[in-house]
Design a protein around this ligand. Structure first.
Ligand SMILES: Nc1nc2c(c(=O)[nH]1)N[C@H]1C(S)=C(S)[C@@H](COP(=O)(O)O)O[C@H]1N2
Ligand SMILES: [Mo]
Length: 401
């Protein structure tokens, strides 16, 4: 028997559980493609359809794989990832203010109405992917939230350019770092607040934005209502939700979530290192690596001999643009191209399709590899101690009868 948990956000940020004995609303095959721990616990979060629960305090929940057959991930199944359990019980859209302080000519306090009316709106299609997405597939196993492939989503983000906001505060040109903080807070004073930073040039590149809409709707509470920093092409850890504090520094910004957590081996392709010889030099995680995955048919599907199927999936990178997706049916000796859907922009994921007709019974194994416009592609094996940036080549085994 599978359970759905109802999770309510209770006053002053306590969570309150009600266990109900509903049966599993989705297929039991929503569990990723290769190994990895199967997720069998479903959760009904406020404003969401049933999703797969990873942890409940703080809330972490992933998107069932079947929703990745759409160009954009619906807001009500978009994955949820928080580090700190204390979320404000409610946010007043009229009283809410975004503050810009620090190394600026004039500190700014902006309402949501100011953002919508005083600045030029902009829109980008972009993938938000957790750095730890796919961590559950790492061998050897690494600690951390054990995501399958559902710790990501593609959305159309609308808001204002961060550059326009910083310019309007008169950010000083000797600024080195800009930091971003949201309204979530640690339940224990010993836990550092979740604050991230970007170097000045990146923050001012005209692409980083402060979004107030996701897929044409206000950002859902659990995805960071009312404002989310959108850092196209970079891992989700920088996409600060419930954003209400931006600070400019003439000096270096230092903080636990920049200098201790979310680090990857320096100068190594795909963040690679070996369990028995860990790299000594580490740097903050940054741009999304080239990767791809199978979405359909799901791994334990049985195909009919002689029938034509369309294998479908996704490929993405940090914004250089996916140019090629290939499938191998002979363990990588030869590769054939999959058909790419039209590009939705380089920061979006790109869907692909591959026709396959099983001519006889048995098990068919497929391997998948994406390449981007700079020629970067995926390695056979990828590993690091934190389970970040998963991009080892995926396989899919399908049975035909
Ligand atoms: N304020 C705040 N913003 C945050 C986080 C957080 O814990 N607090 N988590 C980050 C991480 S690691 C990810 S992957 C994305 C996830 O965004 P989502 O929950 O909207 O899918 O939010 C980022 N923004
Ligand atoms: Mo993340």
């Amino acid at each position: 028997m599978k359970f759905i948990r109802q999770l309510f956000l209770f006053s002053s940020s306590y969570l309150f559980f009600i266990f109900s004995s509903c049966t599993n609303p989705g297929s039991t095959t929503d569990k990723g493609n290769t190994a990895g721990p199967p997720k069998t616990e479903w959760v009904k979060l406020p404003g969401k359809r049933p999703m797969l629960l990873l942890t409940d305090r703080p809330i972490n929940a992933e998107t069932p794989l079947k929703y990745f057959l759409e160009d954009f991930t619906p807001n009500d199944v978009f994955f949820v990832r928080w580090h700190l359990a204390n979320l404000p019980p409610s946010i007043d859209s009229v009283k809410f203010r975004l503050n810009i302080t620090g190394n600026v000519d004039k500190e700014l306090t902006l309402s949501l109405n100011d953002l919508r009316t005083k600045f030029k709106p902009c829109t980008v299609n972009a993938l938000c992917i957790c750095a730890g997405n796919g961590r559950g597939f790492f061998t050897p196993h690494v600690p951390g939230v054990q995501w399958d492939n559902g710790g990501m989503g593609n959305a159309k983000w609308t808001g204002v350019r961060l550059k326009d906001i910083l310019d309007s505060a008169g950010v000083k040109t000797d600024s080195k770092y800009i930091s971003f903080n949201g309204m979530d807070s640690p339940p224990l004073p010993a836990t550092p607040d979740f604050v991230k930073s970007l170097v000045y040039d990146h923050a001012m590149d005209g692409e980083v934005m402060i979004a107030y809409e996701m897929n044409g709707q206000p950002i859902p509470y659990l995805n960071g209502y009312p404002l989310k920093l959108v850092v196209p092409g970079w891992y989700g850890t920088y996409w600060i939700g419930m954003l209400n504090e931006i600070k400019c520094y003439a000096d270096t910004f230092k903080g636990y979530w920049m200098n201790t957590a979310y680090l990857i081996p320096k100068g190594e392709l795909n963040g690679n290192e070996k369990p028995d010889s860990l790299k000594k030099q580490l740097i903050p995680i940054n741009k999304i690596d080239v990767s791809s995955l199978f979405v359909s048919p799901e791994p334990d599907s049985t195909l009919r001999i002689g029938k034509e199927y369309e294998i479908q999936g996704l490929a993405f990178d940090g914004g250089d643009g996916i140019t090629k997706v290939e499938i191998s049916q002979d363990s990588g000796k030869t590769w054939s191209p999959a058909a790419l859907d039209a590009s939705l922009g380089n920061y979006s994921w790109r869907r692909w399709r591959y026709k396959f007709t099983p001519v006889q019974g048995g098990v068919f194994s497929f391997f998948l590899k994406a390449t981007n416009s700079t020629g970067q592609t995926q390695p056979w094996h990828q590993w690091n101690r934190s389970g970040f940036m998963k991009n080892g080549i995926e396989s899919l085994a399908l049975k035909a009868e």
